[in-house]
Design a protein around this ligand. Sequence first.
Ligand code: FAD
Length: 390
Amino acid sequence: MDQATYDVIVVGIGGMGSATAWQLARRGVRVLGLEQFDAAHDKGASHGDTRLIRKAYFEHPDYVPLLNRAYDLWDDLEAESGRRLFHRTGLILAGNPGTSQVVAGVKKAAREHNLAIETWSAAQAREMYPQFNFDNDWEVLFEEDAGFLRVEECVKAHSDMAEKHGARILYNTKVTSWESTGHGPVRVMTSAGTFQAERLVITSGPWATALLRPLGLNLHLRRMVQHWFEAPPAFDERHGMPCFGLDTDKGFFYGMPAREDVGLKAASHSHGTRFEDPDFMDRSDKDPDLGVLTEFLSTRLKGMPLPRSIKAKPCIYTMSADEHFIIDAWPLPGGARSQSVFFAAGFSGHGFKFATVIGELLADLALTGDARVPFDFLRLRPTVRKQEID
Ligand SMILES: Cc1cc2nc3c(=O)[nH]c(=O)nc-3n(C[C@H](O)[C@H](O)[C@H](O)COP(=O)(O)OP(=O)(O)OC[C@H]3O[C@@H](n4cnc5c(N)ncnc54)[C@H](O)[C@@H]3O)c2cc1C
């Protein structure tokens, strides 16, 4: 067994784990990070150049306080690392106000939390952004304080800053099992030996189905392919092209502007292929849904009649049963919660923008048993489990 002593071991140095390691290490905590692959690798959920970030959260208004804190922490991370991570391009979200839950949800979150959103008719929006083809009966919402994050750069910034503050991160080290009584030290068994710490935080992304199996979480995995397309100059960030998400009758499609040598990125949030084991996912660029995506682009973006995908990369959604995150201390028999083991899972294809605040929340939980941001709605709940364990 490794003789070094650690306060906290973080399993999985992806989006959430790298943020947790930074948050712990900058508080002077002795951290060991264990990651089965390389730094900022492309086999999990946190790769593909960009992720949308926005505040008027249609999924549920209760996420907004977390986002307010996440934004502050992205600023902190940019300042500390000296890297540009957040591109505030603005974001268009649009759909039919009679049927679109996206449109209704954005307006509800903006109203409840006093967020600045502009609401345009299709005709007004076409004047502002002639690159898009909106239906006449659509409502178009514009959030200025939104845009995209450079996803691999964010993971690298988090893990580099964690190491700068003294964290030890072991890459290519797979955790095979762990043991805890719920109170004392935790032992973690890996491909590189056994490690011990006072606390354990598990942020294993798509591999949650393996490491969190005893919780009986009702999670499923979806292979989602991200594409980059050749696009005319009007679709470039330098020409004021915003990020976008359009809620159509064929599904919800989103994209980020082209920039420098990177094409326009676009993908579907509604399609993808369900699969079981992340170790055996098809990692080729094949996409059974490419036809639906190119049809969306040719009808909704003006000047891209024959969209040509120049690059494609699959990535994994880990869906919870209600599509909300699951963050808690490990449950113990009799309804108590572990004081040593904590986990976050089921980010359901919308978690990355929260990585900074999830890292802070998990660090708070591991060190104090509580968090400074309200997150009770995300705790382990019967609706996200296959069966109860007592
Ligand atoms: C195509 C796509 C588009 C998305 N778009 C957006 C978006 O626009 N905005 C947004 O906010 N979110 C978006 N998301 C979701 C977001 O990217 C994820 O919610 C987030 O990245 C999940 O982070 P994670 O830390 O849970 O998983 P990961 O980043 O995959 O990290 C888990 C890590 O744990 C490691 N690990 C697992 N098991 C072990 C083990 N046994 N031993 C050691 N290491 C282990 C893995 O190797 C991995 O590095 C998107 C996701 C995808 C796939």
